[in-house]
Write a protein that binds this ligand. Structure first.
Ligand code: NAD
Length: 291
């Protein structure tokens, strides 16, 4: 099945990044959000990000103009009815996602593929509540979408091969790399990355090292581009904690228990860069470790 039109639900951080890369790959994009402000904000962000790509010589001015013209925004979910592929990238709450698919289904063509960009909700469970679990899968982009190379493709228990192949061909057209993952908590990237970040927080909690010594150890000793605590601040400590809870609950293994110090930072509202304070304090000129 040829995919020409892609419907994206949710125009936040991820939704606008997904719309951006799809439009530059010559797909027609219908971008939906419940909020008009989110939609106009997404169009501004995409225009700004594409301008930056033009100034760095990554895309031409003509590609930017054609790309932006391929994106239509709408607050009416039913306008996504003619899409060949739906990518749901709305708020990470199961009831929200479930309601979106429920509202969308009556307007879709019978062979439209449904996907979700969820980081942690079971693909199999989301799929089971639709009329087409065999045409449902996880399409997990990394943040920021225009920059990050990887897309995890997650098959639910019922996903058929045709659906997988169609989604893989979209990833190929984006010039990104697909990694196939089974539908278990955290998929691949978060299953490996989050326990490492959590272990870094335990290392801090137990006094093995300071924020700075832990981050420089992993930067210089393991050649990571960012230290784990710096990275946790970038992702958001609330997001890190939520994913650890998903791993802990979903895999029922104590090795995934979230570090109490991570919980304490979240309780304090010190969520990392987005609140100007986490393992580092970002309020001054230079980030200063908070422990
Ligand atoms: P966000 O909060 O930036 O954006 C979510 C958007 O969804 C908002 O604009 C909101 O108005 C909209 N929305 C809420 N309910 C809706 C509805 N019923 N219909 C249409 N739109 C609705 O969130 P985000 O960071 O873009 O995350 C979106 C999804 O992507 C989540 O499932 C998240 O787990 C996943 N994800 C996030 C990241 C990340 O680093 N932020 C990475 C990979 C995957």
């Amino acid at each position: 099945m040829e995919i020409k039109t892609i419907g994206i639900v949710g125009a936040g951080q991820m939704g606008n990044g997904i719309a951006h890369v799809m439009a530059l790959a010559d797909y027609n994009v219908m971008l939906n959000d419940v909020s008009e402000d989110a939609l106009s904000g997404a169009m501004d962000t995409m225009a700004r990000n594409m301008d930056r790509q033009v100034s760095r010589g990554k895309i031409s001015e003509a590609a930017r103009d054609t790309g932006l013209s391929r994106i239509t925004t709408t607050v009416a979910l039913k306008d996504l009815g003619q899409s060949d592929l739906i990518i749901e990238a709305a708020t990470e709450r199961e009831t929200v996602k479930q309601a979106i698919f429920e509202d969308l289904l009556p307007h879709l063509k019978p062979n439209t593929i449904l996907t979700s960009n969820t980081s942690s909700i079971s693909i199999t469970r989301l799929a089971s509540r639709t009329d087409r679990p065999e045409k449902f899968m996880g399409f997990h982009f990394m943040n920021p979408v225009p920059v990050m190379q990887l897309v995890e493709l997650i098959r639910g228990i019922a996903t058929d091969e045709e659906t997988f192949v169609a989604c893989k061909s979209v990833v190929d057209r984006l010039n990104k790399t697909a990694a196939s993952a089974e539908d278990f908590p955290g998929f691949i990237v978060n299953r490996i990355l989050m326990p490492m970040i959590n272990e870094a927080v335990y290392t801090l909690y137990e006094g093995v090292g300071s924020v700075q010594s832990i981050d420089s150890s992993m930067r210089l000793g393991a050649n990571h581009p960012m230290g784990p605590l710096e990275l946790a601040d970038f992702i958001g400590l609330d997001t890190c904690l939520a994913i650890m809870n998903v791993l802990h609950d979903g895999l029922a293994d104590t090795k995934y228990r979230p570090c109490p110090l991570l919980t304490k930072y979240v309780e304090a509202g010190w969520l990392g860069r987005k609140t100007d304070r986490g393992f580092y304090d970002y309020r001054g000129e230079m980030p200063v470790p908070t422990r």
